[in-house]
Design a protein around this ligand. Structure first.
Ligand code: AMP
Ligand code: ZN
Length: 464
């Protein structure tokens, strides 16, 4: 039984969908004004692991991730780039999706854009206005937090000392500055994107879009809402106020928040400049699988300190598991399957699930996989491994990796004549001074575990 720590109740709870076997989940997506950094991707990878594990447990998952394509930073970026809003956000959306692909993140069922859901946002504002939760000031519409008694229940904010009627217009602010927040901002600056509404011409505040799009696709009450811990306040607190203020129903059953990726003890963020993008690390020669492995190797509720050494460690750990998988796949035995290996596969599956069921404790789940590798290797060394065991071991590894998503496809073992043919082609390329092709052949072989060594007697090769 899967247990998740619920930010709202501050307890570990058994997960049960609201309706049958269907899980409706919403995750806050990227603000598309720049490339994402690996801190952002820690959150997106953890949501992907949750999604994949729910599918592993045979739930039918409906997962929505919005794209924030209108917001303070976007407007600043768009105005200084001289491009239109669509061009500016369209570019970064495509780049975000490319990074998701390289991080092996599955596509959510729907990825809605904020700017295409203005009618739904206007509808919520009307309902809030009718219920007495709003007021207008200087052409903007505000949510009055004192009108919603549950305000603060997610973040644990106490409202005493809050100045009634004091307002904030910006999208992000600290808990100490809790104020009435803007739902709809009057258009001010020249060139600022704007839309018509019953409250005047303007644009939505950031928080409104997630209430509008989650309820549009998942209904007024749904199962899981995810995001990084920095979204608990004000973003998710405000989403609850808007949604429950409009519908009078509980908005979300489980709130699941991913802790920060740190660099030298500080949150990795754009504004601090202490960040790496996925593409920067790939350019430096790190594999996207290792980045993903590193990000998920620590449970999502624990902070993770990023170091290059940690990333190199992830490459090594991953290589170790791939070598193990290759050894099993290549193990030449026709014999029967052994009870010992059968017990080990059963234990690996149970260990993995026990870890994952414990609030997605990925480090426990990985430990079960490493133990499995050690014990199966011992069984192979002892010759207690038959042809029938091969499939069973590969099947468990495949099941585990359907959640972790780090091992990639097994490449067929390269046969000796094929390797020799490629070495000859490389030799010919070098004679023709086509060093690009020669290097390409060398790195292709290296990727498949073949190391070349040029000697005075010609090129020798060995398997890694
Ligand atoms: P943004 O594009 O800024 O809206 O952020 C996208 C997601 O990344 C949000 O869920 C954030 O909470 C999350 N996030 C931002 N910085 C970090 C970090 N250093 N570690 C983990 N998650 C982060
Ligand atoms: Zn959101």
């Amino acid at each position: 039984m899967l247990k998740l720590r619920n930010t709202l109740t501050r307890t570990l709870e058994e997960f049960k969908p609201l309706e049958g076997n269907k899980v409706r989940m919403y995750a806050c997506g990227p603000t598309v004004y720049d490339y994402g950094h690996i801190g952002n991707f820690r959150t997106f990878v953890s949501v992907d692991v949750l999604r994949r594990y729910l599918k592993y447990l045979d739930y039918e998952v409906q997962h929505i991730m919005n794209i924030t394509d209108i917001e303070d930073k976007i407007i600043r970026g768009m105005l200084s780039s001289g491009r239109s809003l669509e061009e500016f956000t369209g570019f970064y959306t495509q780049e975000f999706l490319k990074d998701c692909d390289s991080m092996n993140i599955e596509r959510p069922e729907i990825m809605p854009f904020a700017t295409r859901h203005l009618p739904q946002m206007i509808e919520i504002m009307k309902r809030l206005a009718d219920a007495g939760h709003t007021y207008q000031s200087d052409g903007s519409l505000y949510f009055s937090i004192s009108s919603f008694p549950g305000y603060g229940k997610l973040s644990g904010l106490k409202l005493e000392g809050n100045i009634a009627g004091a307002r904030v217009d910006v999208d992000e602010y600290e808990k100490a500055d809790a104020r009435d927040f803007v739902l709809w901002k009057a258009a001010k600056e020249e060139g600022e994107p704007r839309w018509p509404s019953p409250f005047g011409e303007g644009r939505p505040g950031w928080h409104l879009e997630c209430s509008a799009m989650s309820m549009e696709y998942l209904g007024e009450s749904f199962d899981i809402h995810c995001g990084g811990v920095d979204l608990i306040f004000p973003h998710h607190e405000n989403e609850i106020a808007q949604s429950e203020g409009a519908t009078g129903k509980p908005f979300v059953n489980f709130w699941v928040h991913t802790e920060f990726l740190l660099v030298e003890g500080e949150k990795m963020s754009k504004s601090k400049g202490n960040y790496y993008t996925v593409r920067q690390l790939i350019e430096q020669g790190y594999s996207p699988d290792a980045i993903r492995y590193l990000l998920l190797s620590v449970p999502y509720r624990t902070q993770l300190n990023f170091t290059m050494e940690g990333l190199r460690g992830a490459e090594t750990a991953l290589e170790g598991i791939r070598n193990f998988r290759r050894r099993v796949a290549d193990y030449d035995s026709q014999g029967e399957s052994h009870t010992r290996v059968r017990d080990l596969t059963e234990r690996a599956r149970e260990g993995f699930e026990a870890g994952m069921n414990d609030d997605l404790n990925t480090s426990r789940a990985l430990a079960a996989m490493f133990e499995f590798r050690r014990d199966v290797n011992t069984a192979m060394d002892a010759g207690e491994f038959g042809g029938g065991d091969r499939e069973a071991v590969l099947e468990v590894l495949g099941r585990i990796d359907s959640v972790l998503g780090v091992l990639g496809e097994e490449q067929a073992q390269m046969l000796d004549p094929e390797i020799e043919r490629r070495i000859e082609e490389r030799y010919a390329a070098r004679r023709a001074r086509d060093f690009t092709l020669a290097d390409q052949i060398r790195s292709e072989l290296a990727e498949r575990g073949i190391i070349l060594e040029d000697t005075s007697q010609g090129t020798k090769w060995k398997r890694k």
